[in-house]
Write a protein that binds this ligand. Sequence first.
Ligand code: GLU
Length: 411
Amino acid sequence: MSTAFENARQQLAAAARVLKLDSQLHSQLEYPDRVIKVAIPLRRDDGRIEVFEGFRSQYNNARGPYKGGIRYHPAVNEDEVKALSFWMAMKCAVVGLPLGGGKGGIIVDPKKLSVAELERLSRGYIRSLYKYLGPDQDIPAPDVYTTPQVMAWMLDEYETITGHHAPGMITGKPLSLGGSAGRSFSTAQGGVYVLTEAAKKLGFEPAKTTVAIQGFGNAGAHMAKLLAHLGYIIVALSDSQGGIYIPAGIDPLEAERLKNSEQGLAGYAGSKKITNEELLALPVDILVPAALENQITAANADAVKAKLIVELANGPTTPEADAVLFKKGIVVAPDILANAGGVTVSYFEQAQNASNYYWSEAEVLEKLKKIMVEAFDSVWEKKEKYAVDLRTAAFVLAVERVAEAMKARGN
Ligand code: GLU
């Protein structure tokens, strides 16, 4: 199977073809500006020193400072952070934020570290990389297995080293350190706004619409709760251990309680146990991948029965799978549109930090909704104009905007 970055380049190439993009701009967009690779020594609780590899990929900053999360996962690698940073640059452009794209990660299984070790590792990441970070330079945020607490340690380390407050150097912070109202569920909330617009186009009514969600982390769990609240029937959920299926509907709050208990999701009464693979092929109306990349592939795309896919994960669908889904008439609301709510509220967080004046949750959500609906409409317009799928349409919009900034700079 092709790597995440190979997939990213194929997506870029598809947009470049539609746009008849200048070949020099195209080749510039095929590379990150830089990938910084660091070795982070961590003193384990037993006194041993263990070294962890970390990355920060700074892809493109034509529209503004590099922006994107930091992932803690055993499968992190250079190819993946490059892809994720490219998608950040594209995502910020789709929703019209004055930000570029970056992404970081550490190759680590955070579940195997104590809280104190996690803190030392997070501080170590900043000690290795602080020179490249800052509110006008590169702004990290949470991603897979990183939390507001991790952001708090990173902010504290950065401010300790630089000797001044700089809350806008990182987003997704706890509210007590300048976080934004609404940021904790903003990725899912943005996804809900996109899903609602797509559902209107497809004529779905919440109470008659079934949903399967792959992944029960920050994005997936909030998505389940928000959609259930709107009346959608959540019939399947999963995490890295596997999934559960109940055609009559799952209560996401009960699922969350079980996930945080010894029993795990599998303890849900009356549920059928399913694999992550089986979840993707369920007879549902809407499928929400909210875990990792490369889940819907050439090998299983034909088995997908959903009519709409809303990508909360980054890169869950390969280009080969996209072609199959398109042929089957399945509408895919692509990651760089559907999960852009997270970085949009990160941008609001930075704006609040810069003015040291904080907004209510209602204000945040009103502004978020406006941006997401406008982005959806712009992407839909491109789809109609060029007769392409929504993903290509989103990349066309993004590449056009990034290329315009690059040209204006004379790049
Ligand atoms: N990690 C999130 C994403 O992939 C949020 C990034 C951010 O807020 O900078 O979009």
